[in-house]
Structures are given as structure tokens and as C-alpha cells.
Design a protein around this ligand. Structure first.
Ligand code: ADP
Ligand code: ZN
Length: 219
């Protein structure tokens, strides 16, 4: 693929999009745009849309398109995205978002959509056992805890269970993925830009497969 790279990563919550996207972004020298991380950062700084979004996020609901589209559009307009490109993680999640993205990127559009495919039973298990550092966002699990008393190995802050990783919110998020987001797989496939990567393998194996898929795109 030639620069600017314009990549979307689709996949269920807990499929490993976040870690694979940061690795891919570092490898290609592009920006990793995670709408979930942007919303959590906005909440931390107390910005008004962060506070507005928090209520939806805690319940595992989707944040209204209006809010999401505003922050994504602004980010895509920045020079680093225009020159080097980006990988989008957690966006688009609705048909309206996908259509808006097409508009934002006219006339070139997205070059590749990677569908990181992991079965529902697997992500359910991963999400239920996931724990996250409140300082730096590093993820742990009940099977791979920090070395000292649920304090982050990297930054020392508390490692906790996200409210949206509690059982009811997990069920709601996975339901919304199947109902609202998964139709986008078919939608992107019709434009011939979709590649499916099996995400239920070792991190390194999945990362290599993603790089292979990116290398195959010639434009
Ligand atoms: P996950 O993929 O595990 O749900 P994220 O960190 O990607 O975690 O997102 C956390 C929450 O942020 C979502 O449950 C949702 O409330 C909100 N969110 C993130 N991206 C979007 C989006 N594109 N559209 C609507 N809501 C979003
Ligand atoms: Zn930390």
C-alpha cells in the first residue's frame, strides 16, 4: 500500500483491535485513532462531550453519531492523517458513520478494511476477565495480573474492571455489535475493500497476517 494509508479495523469488542492497531500504526508510521480512547481521554479532561458520552459508555450503549462524527472529522483533518494516513479502531460502528466517513475522505476513500474475526464465546471470556490500568490504559486480565497488588507494572496506577466490562454492559455491547455494526462487514465487502483476518491466534501470528494483508493492497 502507498501512503497515505487509510485503514479501518472492524471486529468485536475484545477481538484485540486496540493492540493490533497500535502495533500496525507503529510499523507503518501512521496515526492510531481509537474513538473509545478519545472519548475516555475527553472524560478525563472534563470536556463537555466527554461527560455527555460517559453515560452511554458505562451502559455499553453507542454514543450518538453526532458526537462521534464531530471528533473523528476533526482528527482526520489534521496534517498527520492527511500525509501519513491512519488506522481507525472502533469507528465506524453504524451505517451512518460509515457513510459519513466516505464523505470525509472524498474522493479517495478508505483503502482497506480489516475484519478481525474472533468468535463470540472467545471475546465474552476475554472481556469478562479484562482489567485496565486507570493511568496508562494498559490491559491485564485476571489470569495475567500486575506483579504487585493490582497496581500497573508500567505506571503504578490502579488496575480495575471497566464499568462497561461488567456482565450486563458486555451483553449489550456484543448485542449492538451483531445488530448494528456487523452489517458493515457486508457493506464494505461490496466495495471490494474487505479482508478478513482470523483473530483467534497468538498476537504475533495475527500481526503478521495483518501486515501481509496490508502489503497486498497496491494503491
Ligand atoms: P469496546 O470496543 O470494547 O466497546 P471502545 O474503547 O472501542 O471499547 O469503546 C468504548 C465505548 O465508547 C463504546 O462502548 C461506546 O459507548 C463508545 N464508542 C466508541 N466508539 C464509538 C463509535 N464509533 N460510535 C458510538 N459509540 C462509540
Ligand atoms: Zn499504567
Amino acid at each position: 500500500m502507498k501512503k497515505p494509508y487509510r485503514i479501518v479495523m472492524l471486529g468485536r469488542q475484545g477481538a484485540g483491535k486496540g493492540t493490533q492497531c497500535s502495533k500496525l500504526a507503529a510499523t507503518l508510521g501512521i496515526v492510531h485513532i481509537s474513538t473509545g480512547d478519545m472519548l475516555r481521554a475527553a472524560l478525563k479532561t472534563g470536556s463537555s462531550y466527554g461527560l455527555l458520552a460517559a453515560d452511554y459508555m458505562e451502559r455499553g450503549e453507542l454514543v450518538p453519531d453526532m458526537i462521534i462524527l464531530g471528533i473523528v472529522h476533526e482528527r482526520l483533518e489534521a496534517n498527520d492523517c492527511k500525509v501519513y494516513g491512519f488506522v481507525l479502531d472502533g469507528f465506524p460502528r453504524t451505517l451512518a458513520q460509515a457513510q459519513a466517513l466516505d464523505k470525509f475522505l472524498e474522493p479517495e476513500g478508505i483503502k482497506l478494511v480489516i475484519n478481525l474475526d474472533v468468535p463470540k464465546e472467545v471475546v465474552l471470556e476475554r472481556l469478562s476477565s479484562r482489567r485496565v490500568c486507570t493511568g496508562c490504559g494498559r490491559t491485564y486480565s485476571i489470569l495475567k495480573a500486575p506483579m504487585v497488588d493490582w497496581s500497573c507494572d508500567d505506571c503504578g496506577e490502579a488496575v480495575i474492571q471497566r464499568n462497561d466490562d461488567k456482565p450486563e454492559a458486555i451483553a449489550r455491547r456484543l448485542f449492538l455489535y451483531d445488530e448494528v455494526t456487523s452489517p458493515l462487514i457486508e457493506w464494505f465487502d461490496q466495495s471490494g475493500k474487505l479482508a478478513t483476518v482470523k483473530g483467534d491466534e497468538d498476537f504475533e501470528v495475527v500481526a503478521r497476517e495483518i501486515t501481509r494483508v496490508v502489503d497486498m493492497v497496491v494503491t
